[in-house]
Design a protein around this ligand. Structure first.
Ligand code: AMP
Ligand code: GLY
Length: 364
């Protein structure tokens, strides 16, 4: 390395704080620690695996729901970048508070996190900016919802507007199932306030694909492809989970499809969010359906974070200086950045405690 390059790197050395404590955050710590420009990684709260691996120093006592505690920690330890893993702290505004305190943060504001936090917000954005998605209507009144369902016929999809821990979607194969989902959300309030508005949506038939892009507010770069295994049992059987494993690359996401997704879904979303005055900074994780009848992608949902376990396979393939890339995103400087990936494949298998996905016993 030439002395000017070395000086450049030394000038850029960074201490990073990762927020969260799952496999996704472990993978981020692993890739950040390998970043040439990264001086040290903290993870709050972190977990035993992260601690034992030495990929980061875990801070279990730091209350990540208390923004002022996180800001004080950053000031005390010279943290130059915060990377927020899970959606909950984003939806509740941690990134807003950190940015206000002048701390570079990778992760969207609460307003931008509404892309995941409110399906109604996401669907309205799609309408306004002509982003392909399933046809839908939003309801707060059960009888109007049921009338619409009857008019449309089954199969049909019912969704709680807000965050419902991944359980707020019913793909109803019959009208009865659809009415029951409406009642449980609007009358019985099984998802609390998250279900006081429901989206009734056209059933899309095709192949599901996940798509990830890094976004800096104005620019977006696609990540390598990765796909999770959703069902709990071997041979793709049993109920859906958050993901029992993942692999990368995912052959279903061809270069051609990637270009179509960027042009028709990701870039219009980034521009739309900018035009709405809530620029998106962070990872856009799009759940897509490649429609059987057209072969074209439609947006099913957005998440405003890395998928887990998909992040795990992506981070072992990441060969760029992740700390610098995420810092560039947080500063609106992704234009011209390109990512380097290992050409190999990666896969991960999840071990889970008994009872997944219904009873999530923690601490094993
Ligand atoms: P979501 O929480 O929005 O990802 O939905 C959970 C799952 O429901 C998705 O991964 C799809 O398998 C399915 N799903 C959601 N919306 C639709 C739709 N409009 N048509 C068919 N399947 C859907
Ligand atoms: N693996 C799915 C998710 O992170 O939501």
């Amino acid at each position: 390395m030439s002395s000017s390059n070395l000086q450049n790197l030394l000038d850029k050395r960074l201490v990073v704080l990762v927020i969260g404590g799952g496999g996704r955050e472990h993978a981020l710590c692993y890739a950040l620690q390998r970043s040439p420009s990264c001086d040290g990684v903290f993870c709050a709260p972190g977990n035993a695996g992260i601690s034992n691996s030495g990929n980061a120093i875990c801070i279990p006592e730091l209350d990540i729901s208390d923004s002022s505690a996180v800001i004080s920690f950053c000031h005390k330890w010279g943290v130059g970048l915060v990377v927020v893993g899970p959606e909950a702290p984003l939806v509740s505004g941690l990134a807003n508070d950190l940015v206000k305190a002048g701390i570079p943060t990778f992760g969207p504001s609460a307003e931008a996190a509404a892309l995941e936090g409110s399906k109604n917000f996401m669907k309205s954005l799609c309408d306004k900016y002509k982003i392909p998605t399933a046809k839908y209507r939003t309801f707060t009144d059960p009888s109007s919802a049921k009338q619409y369902i009857q008019d449309q016929g089954a199969p049909i999809v019912i969704k709680a507007d807000g965050l419902a821990a991944g359980k707020g979607v019913t793909v109803a194969m019959t009208l009865e199932e659809a009415y029951e989902a409406v009642d449980s959300m609007l009358l019985k309030s099984v998802f609390g306030s998250a279900g006081c508005r429901v989206i009734v949506e056209e059933f899309l038939e095709g192949e599901e694909v996940s798509f990830f892009a890094l976004v800096d507010g104005e620019n977006a770069i696609p990540l390598e492809s990765a796909q999770d295994h959703k069902r709990v049992g071997d041979g793709d059987t049993g109920p859906n989970t958050g993901g029992m494993g993942a692999y990368s690359p995912a052959p279903v996401l061809t270069k051609e499809l990637q270009a179509v997704v960027m042009q028709t879904i990701i870039l219009p979303t980034v521009k739309g969010m900018e035009a709405e005055g809530c620029k998106f900074v962070g990872v856009l994780y799009a759940g897509l359906m490649i429609e059987k009848k057209t072969g074209l992608p439609k947006l099913i949902e957005y998440n405003v974070r890395f998928g887990d376990p998909e992040c795990q396979v992506l981070m072992v393939r990441m060969e760029s200086d992740l700390a610098q890339v995420l810092l560039a995103a947080s500063r609106g400087e992704l234009s011209g950045v390109s990512l380097k990936w290992s050409p190999g494949s990666a896969m991960v298998v999840v071990m889970a405690s008994k009872g997944v996905p219904w009873v999530l016993r923690k601490g094993d």
